[in-house]
Design a binder for this molecule. Structure first.
Ligand SMILES: [Fe+2]
Length: 154
């Protein structure tokens, strides 16, 4: 659900195997704002009600802990909690799955990279909790068997 805004991004960009140019990258970044609008528009609940944390998480799921993310360059704990959680899960999935633009990495390689980036990209406390959880997650073992096959294009 956090990437629903990618529906507004051309497949030629989402499926591109090469490096994105500056214009394509700017387009990709709009998926957070597009997703925010889509989720907000689908709700029958007032935006100030229970849907608000979900709308915020969709908008901010690419904010980085050090403030270098998008769309609002939020930093640390000013980034909504659900968005910080999504960033970690999304990062793990993006690195371990084979996609149009890269071969999936092993769990071990992914965790090494994510650990090095903890506190820069991700919330270090949440990453520590994620590290403990993923070690015993049965879904991780099932995923390892399917690494050769793309799960989805983006
Ligand atoms: Fe995203």
């Amino acid at each position: 659900m956090h990437d629903v805004g990618k529906i507004g991004i051309p497949d030629s960009i989402l499926m591109k195997s090469g490096r994105l140019d500056a214009h394509e990258w700017e387009l990709i970044k709009t998926h957070t704002l597009c997703g925010e609008r889509i989720i907000a528009a689908q709700s029958f609940l007032p935006l100030s009600g229970p849907i608000q944390p979900i709308v915020e998480a969709v908008r901010h799921h690419h904010e980085r802990y050090d403030g270098s993310g998008y769309p609002d360059e939020m930093k640390g704990n000013e980034i909504p909690l659900f968005a910080r959680i999504i960033l970690i899960a999304d990062c793990y999935a993006a690195m371990t799955e084979t996609r149009a633009y890269h071969q999936g990495k092993s769990h071990e390689e992914t965790m090494t990279i994510m650990n090095a980036e903890s506190g820069i990209y991700s919330d270090p406390e949440l990453f520590e909790a994620f590290s403990k959880m993923i070690e015993n997650c049965p879904l991780r073992h099932r995923q390892a068997a399917t690494l050769k096959e793309p799960l989805h294009p983006c």
